[in-house]
Design a protein around this ligand. Structure first.
Ligand code: NAD
Length: 425
């Protein structure tokens, strides 16, 4: 392969995204021209977002929207409000969305955007004015067949409705499919709330089957009891798996005979989403660090990034790790776990239920026809099962890890579409 200059960045997220891409692309012997195309975003927009504050002064925030690739379809990705948002971060996250959508087998490329702001310093009215001005200024590049944003850090259904309302008025027609993550009452989808957890659960089921282990009574530990962890725990519990450990920001909760998951869910829902004080017969309270290293067949980190690292990778006793959170395993830990023969289902496969669910919302909005939650869940499970099997097959055929296989499968589909379509526009 001809030599080429690798792009790099001082932004750690972008540097890592580029390195992962180049490493996989080189291993796949991807054409140099395709590498040059795919290591850059197709479009990066920066806008100023002036906001009249409640006290009459004006503040100007920086806003961004990056579209990494539209080789497989319109770009798709979240909009976040956070002080650290900048062009490099959006570029890195947009690239990751390209691979995630490609791997998920849905007809999208990757996008990401946001505003560099501390949203906690804004009143609701200031937040609305900022969101609408940002929406107006990126309105030329988003749309149901162009780029489809969704909620991300510190944004939710309310922001999606403000953006939809603003951009629809500017486009001169109502386009509900231009955004996903809308409230169920306003063009959102039944099933979206538990979609990521359902996807993680499906990957647990698949990896156990692939490894010749039985699902029933398998001991499972889940870190994080929020949207992803709690829903994953419920689906697993309802399918007969034994959840021996759960945790949240208040600590770890371990029970050899199995956590009563519905009771723990009820408890958390009545206690400000926290498990603090939860008890049942045989329950042992322990630290967040210790819960990760207890005896179990499957460990599902569903909370934070970097929790499995070089300090604890040697102590993990699980046979399988299914990553519900984004980036829970550091590259150093990855190597240690690989050497120890522990199988990892990587984040952008395991937690892709959310973006697949967004695709369902988009499809329903375009058709103007809504599905039942049961239809939504059945279709999600079918897609997740097929995606898992595709990556697993690749990993076996190429004698590589599921993580590397997932990257290669994802890049391959984008590259194939680029070859088909060309890239003049
Ligand atoms: P959430 O805020 O609903 O829940 C996070 C949970 O983690 C909470 O229970 C919190 O108490 C717990 N937690 C925080 N610090 C902890 C610690 N030190 N130890 C143990 N638990 C701790 O968030 P979420 O939506 O469930 O997202 C969790 C992860 O999944 C994130 O990495 C997110 O990026 C990723 N993810 C979420 C979705 C989605 O649809 N929600 C989709 C893809 C990826």
């Amino acid at each position: 392969m001809a030599k080429f200059q690798r792009r790099t960045s001082s932004n750690i997220l972008l540097k890592t995204a580029l390195e992962n891409f180049y490493d996989a692309a080189e291993e796949m012997k991807l054409d140099k021209g395709l590498i040059e195309v795919l290591c850059r975003p197709e479009r990066a927009v920066k806008v100023a977002v002036p906001v009249q504050m409640d006290n009459g002064t004006v503040k100007v925030f920086d806003g961004y929207r990056v579209q990494h690739s539209t080789a497989c379809g319109p770009s798709k990705g979240g909009i976040r409000f956070h002080p650290c948002v900048d062009l490099d971060e959006c570029e890195a996250l947009a690239m990751l969305m390209t691979w995630k959508c490609s791997l998920a087998g849905i007809p999208y490329g990757g996008g990401k955007g946001g505003i560099s702001v501390d949203p906690n310093t804004l009143s609701k009215n200031e937040r609305e004015r900022m969101t609408r001005t940002f929406a107006a200024r990126i309105s030329k590049v988003i749309g149901e067949w162009d780029d489809i944003p969704a909620p991300d850090v510190a944004t939710g259904g309310q922001e999606m409705v403000w953006i939809l309302d603003t951009v629809s008025k500017l486009h001169g027609r109502f386009e509900p499919a231009m955004l996903t993550g809308k409230p169920v009452s306003y063009w959102g989808s039944e099933g979206r709330t538990s979609a990521t957890g359902l996807g993680v659960y499906t990957c647990v089921k698949e990896v156990l089957e692939a490894g010749g282990d039985t699902f029933k009574d398998s001991k499972i530990i889940i870190q994080g009891f929020g949207n992803v962890g709690m829903n994953n725990a419920l689906f697993l519990h309802n399918s007969g798996a034994k959840i021996v450990g759960i945790s949240d920001i208040t600590g770890g909760y371990y029970c050899e005979n199995g956590i009563d998951v519905p009771a723990a869910v009820r408890y958390a829902q009545e206690n400000n989403k926290l498990l603090e004080g939860y008890d049942q017969l045989g329950l042992v309270k322990m630290s967040n660090e210790d819960i990760l290293t207890q005896e179990c067949l499957v460990l599902c980190p569903c909370a934070l990034e970097g929790v499995i690292n070089e300090n604890n990778a040697k102590l993990i006793k699980a046979k399988y790790i299914v990553e519900g959170a984004n980036g829970p395993t550091t590259p150093e830990a990855d190597k240690i776990l690989d050497k120890r023969g522990i199988h990892i289902v990587p984040d952008f496969l395991a937690n892709s239920g959310g973006v697949i669910g967004s695709y369902f919302e988009w499809a329903q909005n375009l058709a103007g026809y809504f599905w039942t939650e049961d239809e939504y869940n059945q279709r999600l499970i079918q897609i997740m099962e097929a995606n898992f099997k595709r990556v697993f097959k690749y990993a076996i055929a190429h004698n590589t890890t599921m993580r590397r296989a997932a990257f290669c499968v994802a890049i391959e589909r984008v590259a194939d579409n680029l070859k088909l379509r060309g890239f003049f526009l």
